[in-house]
Design a protein around this ligand. Structure first.
Ligand code: NAG
Ligand code: NAG
Ligand code: NAG
Ligand code: NAG
Ligand code: NAG
Length: 245
C-alpha cells in the first residue's frame, strides 16, 4: 500500500518537473520568436501628430529605453526628445526633424532592429505597418489630412503599380518579394514620403515548439511511467526480501 502511494506521489512530482521543463523551453522559444522590437503604430506621420513608442519582447530588461539616431543627434528617450510615461516613449507633437531611425536598447546594449519613422509637412501619408509576417495580409492605406478612402496611385520602388479608388492597397499574402519602398499619390493633394515595407520570414528556430509538443509530452509521460514502474518493482522486490528474512 505504502509503496503504491509513494510511487504515485513520485510519479506526480516527476511529471510536474518535466512539464515545467517543457514549458520553460517553450517560453524560451517564444521569447526568441518575439525578438525585441519597437512598436510605433505606423511609419509615417503628419506634422503635429503624436507618436508613442513601445518596446516589446524585452520585458524585465534593465535600463530599457527607446533610442533614436537623427542626422543631428542620437539619444535616449527623455534626454532631449520625447518623454516616458513608464511604458511608452511619447512625442506629443512631431516635426519633420523628428524623422529618423528609432530602436529599443537595453542597459546591457541589446538592440532591436531599427525602424525608420518619417514625418511629413506635406498632406499625404502612406500608412505602412512597421513589420508584417510572411503570409499575412497587409493594407497600405493612403490618406490625406482631411480625407480617407479616396482614390490614390501607388508606387513601389518608384514604379507605378496601380490606381485604387479606395486608397487601400491590399496584399493578401505577403512574401519577401513584396518588400520594397512604397509611396502613394493623391491627385490634388500630393505625394506621400516613401517607406520600406519589411516582411519577416518564419525561421525554423522562431517557430514555437509548443504547437506540436503533444508527441514530446506523450513520450516523456511514457518514459516517466516506465521509470516509476521500474522503481516500484525494485522497491517491491527489496521489501519482499526484507520480509522473507
Ligand atoms: C503610456 O501611453 C500609452 C500610449 O498613449 C498608453 O497606452 C499607456 O497606457 C500609458 N502608460 C502608462 C503607464 O500611463
Ligand atoms: C532607414 O533609413 C536609412 C537611411 O535612409 C537606410 O540606410 C536604412 O536602410 C533604412 N532602414 C530601414 C529598416 O528601412
Ligand atoms: C475606409 O475603408 C476602411 C476599409 O475599407 C473602412 O474600415 C473605414 O471605415 C473607411 N473609412 C472611411 C472614413 O470611410
Ligand atoms: C491613375 O490616376 C492618375 C491620377 O488620377 C491618372 O493621371 C492616371 O492616368 C491613372 N493611371 C491609370 C493607369 O489609370
Ligand atoms: C484631401 O483630399 C480631398 C479629396 O481629394 C480634397 O478635397 C482635400 O482638399 C484634400 N486635403 C488636403 C489637405 O490636401
Amino acid at each position: 500500500m505504502e509503496v503504491t502511494a509513494l510511487c504515485i506521489r513520485l510519479l506526480i512530482i516527476i511529471w510536474m518537473l518535466l512539464l515545467t521543463q517543457v514549458q520553460d523551453s517553450c517560453y524560451a522559444q517564444k521569447a526568441y520568436a518575439a525578438l525585441p522590437h519597437l512598436v510605433p503604430a505606423r511609419l509615417q506621420y503628419f506634422e503635429y501628430e503624436s507618436i508613442s513608442f513601445n518596446c516589446e519582447g524585452l520585458h524585465g530588461s534593465l535600463g530599457l529605453g527607446v533610442m533614436r539616431r537623427l542626422p543631428s543627434e542620437s539619444a535616449t528617450c527623455g534626454k532631449n526628445w520625447g518623454f516616458s510615461n513608464g511604458s511608452h516613449c511619447i512625442i506629443r507633437s512631431v516635426y519633420v526633424e523628428d524623422s529618423g531611425e528609432y530602436w529599443c536598447e537595453t542597459g546591457d546594449g541589446k538592440k532591436s532592429d531599427t525602424v525608420n519613422v518619417t514625418v511629413t509637412a506635406g498632406s499625404v501619408i502612406l500608412e505602412t505597418p512597421v513589420i508584417v509576417m510572411e503570409g499575412e495580409a497587409v493594407t497600405l492605406h493612403c490618406k490625406n489630412k482631411t480625407a480617407s478612402n479616396i482614390s490614390a496611385s501607388f508606387y513601389k520602388n518608384d514604379l507605378f503599380i496601380k490606381n485604387i479608388s479606395t486608397g487601400n492597397l491590399i496584399i493578401q499574402s505577403v512574401s519577401k518579394c513584396d518588400e520594397g519602398l512604397y509611396k502613394c499619390r493623391i491627385s490634388g493633394a500630393g505625394e506621400s514620403p516613401e517607406s520600406w515595407l519589411s516582411v519577416k520570414e518564419y525561421h525554423k528556430e522562431t517557430i514555437p515548439l509548443c504547437s506540436d509538443q503533444l508527441p514530446v509530452l506523450l513520450y516523456l509521460l511514457i518514459r516517466t511511467v516506465v521509470t516509476v514502474l521500474w522503481v516500484a518493482l525494485l522497491l517491491l522486490v527489496l521489501r519482499k526480501r526484507h520480509y522473507e528474512k
